[in-house]
Ligand binder design. Structure first.
Ligand SMILES: Cc1ncc(COP(=O)(O)O)c(C=O)c1O
Length: 372
């Protein structure tokens, strides 16, 4: 037995840990720079020039600790969402918020509920708190609200609703979320994970459906925490900045549990500037919707099943071992996510890139299909 096995906590012994995309795990910088990275739902155009400028200015002051309360960013977000400052908590990415909620609300003997085939970090954050994750069956490749409600019991404290869902890209509309929230019992907090909010809003407008009334729940002080991030449409994934909107009392408990100075001064400055650059976000979401169409058609024409997306990635059933499929794509210079670890062994998730990257991807798929 190893030296520390008996000394570490039960969750540390039992957890598997996060499996990064292959392109992030130890390959040399030169081989990575040649690889087209469509495996982590990042923004292929990078951050806003305004955010870059703000980061450059902030870098000269990194000898000082950051503002632990993230006051400027918090104030700006509160104004942006038309809610008081106390209903906003800035965290190190939205996974920072997720972890805090689990540390604050869960313990051994308690549980959280989500859907099967959803965001992989839910299980990690729940297990790290010593609690159990219950995964309800899904419907039509996405969340099935009634099944999630059925899975809730007296020991449930959190429900995670990824909307849109990662990795399937499916969205539940505002009326269905309203109904769901109204039916969740009072001892449970609903975590509305809207990491792909900007993409989903754009798709919903094109499709003439209503996506989210998330800030209404916060304004009405419902048992809901909305999570958003600067990692996706704003292109700041490497900085680690996100936030939660929710009941002031609950966020204050979460804030106590937060790691001190967890959001860097550079991240705070960049996020403040990124919020002002609506034009940048608009360009990103418009490219995404256009390219989603091109990629979906390309993959469908090649005979693969693609689920309509509301996010910046596609979920595609390649009808064979997805790990091998992804390996062959990697040989052609494109990295995608095989989803065996999520319980979908014949499916991949491919992030929507620039028009050029997507063409390289489609050509690579065509090539491996004809040579297999
Ligand atoms: C559904 C979902 N929630 C949250 C996140 C985490 O984002 P962040 O970078 O803010 O931690 C992701 C990232 O992929 C995601 O897919």
């Amino acid at each position: 037995m190893s030296r520390f096995f008996d000394l570490v906590s039960k969750p540390a012994r039992e957890m598997a840990g996060f499996l990064p995309a292959q392109s992030e795990s130890g390959a040399s910088a030169s081989s990575q720079s040649r690889l087209i990275k469509l495996d982590s739902n990042e923004n292929p155009f990078g951050p806003s020039p305004r955010a870059v400028q703000a980061m450059q200015a902030a870098i000269t002051a990194v000898n000082s600790y950051p503002d632990d309360h993230c006051a400027d960013l918090r104030r700006k977000l509160a104004a942006h969402h038309d809610i008081p400052d106390e209903h906003v908590l800035v965290t190190a990415g939205s996974t920072g918020m997720l972890t805090l909620l689990c540390q604050t609300m869960l313990a051994p003997g308690l549980n959280a509920v989500t859907s099967e085939l959803s965001f992989i970090v839910y299980g990690m954050a729940v297990h790290a708190a010593g609690a159990q994750l219950i995964e309800a069956p899904m419907r039509e490749d996405g969340f099935h609200p009634a099944a999630v409600l059925d899975a809730i019991n007296e020991d449930t404290r959190l429900v995670f609703l990824a909307n849109p869902n990662n990795p399937t890209g499916t969205m539940i509309d505002a009326a269905a979320v309203d109904k769901f929230i109204a039916e969740v019992p009072g001892h449970v907090v609903v975590v509305l994970d809207e990491a792909y909010y900007d993409f989903a809003t754009h798709f919903a407008a094109l499709r003439k459906v209503e996506y989210s009334r998330a800030t209404d729940y916060v304004q009405h002080d419902a048992n809901v925490v909305v999570m958003r991030t600067f990692s996706k449409a704003h292109g700041l994934a490497g900085l680690r900045v996100g936030y939660g909107l929710g009941p002031a009392e609950l966020l204050a408990y979460c804030a106590r549990m937060r790691e001190t100075f967890s959001v860097s001064s550079v991240a705070q400055a960049a996020a403040v500037a990124a919020l002002d650059d609506l034009h940048h976000v608009q360009r990103i979401v418009a490219n995404n919707a256009e390219q989603a169409q091109i990629l979906s058609t390309g993959l469908t024409d090649l005979g693969y099943r693609v689920v309509p997306t509301s996010a910046n990635f596609l979920y595609c059933d390649v009808g064979e071992d997805a790990f091998g499929f992804a390996e062959r794509l990697r040989g052609e210079g494109v990295s995608v996510r095989p989803l065996g670890g999520w319980g979908a062994p014949s499916c991949i998730r491919v992030s929507i890139g620039t028009p050029e990257q997507n063409q390289v991807f489609l050509n690579a798929v065509r090539k491996i299909k004809t040579t297999s």
